[in-house]
Design a protein around this ligand. Structure first.
Ligand code: ADP
Ligand code: MG
Length: 153
């Protein structure tokens, strides 16, 4: 497990960028943490790290639950905040679980057990107005990720 404290929104975004740069395809990044903890900001960093150009597709009948961003590897950004466990199955996320995509899921705990494979779990904890404690855990995922001089285990 890797644990860092970021002291500004920019540091959290930079952390996401580092992660994005190290992705190889097929990874699923599960984000946990309260509203305002920094999950979306981190995701923007990941997209930046993958060289995302802009939003290219929105897949949702009523409001935006799944966004796809075109990049070195296409990024599938999912926010499960408003969903129940059963509804997660209706999103058709299986279609995106391949080597050409990476998936980033906010409120991943809503679908505990649904995601499998190359998982990276990231926890965001509010520490202070501008600081967040961020822990990352890989489950069988090999990331060439060096953060603050230390390799990510
Ligand atoms: P979430 O998606 O988890 O609800 P957001 O990324 O949308 O959270 O929002 C995080 C908010 O917290 C932003 O307004 C951001 O400016 C602020 N913030 C302050 N300090 C930090 C930090 N160290 N890391 C991330 N966000 C921070
Ligand atoms: Mg968010």
């Amino acid at each position: 497990m890797l644990e860092v404290v970021t002291n500004s929104p920019e540091e959290t975004r930079a952390l996401g960028r580092k992660v994005g740069e190290s992705l190889k395809g097929g990874e699923v990044i599960l984000l946990h943490g309260d509203l305002g903890a920094g999950k979306t900001l981190f995701t923007k960093g990941v997209a930046q790290g993958l060289g995302a150009s802009g939003k290219t597709a929105v897949v949702s009948p009523t409001f935006t639950l799944v966004n796809v961003y075109e990049a070195r590897l296409d990024i599938v950004h999912v926010d499960l905040y408003r969903l129940g466990f059963d509804e997660v199955f209706e999103l058709g996320l299986e279609d995106y679980m391949d080597r050409e995509h990476v998936m980033v899921v906010e409120w991943a705990e809503k679908a505990e057990g649904f995601f499998s494979g190359a998982l990276l779990e990231v926890n965001f904890q509010y520490e202070g107005e501008t600081s967040r404690r961020i822990t990352m855990e890989t489950g069988g995922l090999e990331l060439d990720l060096e953060l603050f001089g230390r390799p990510c285990p």
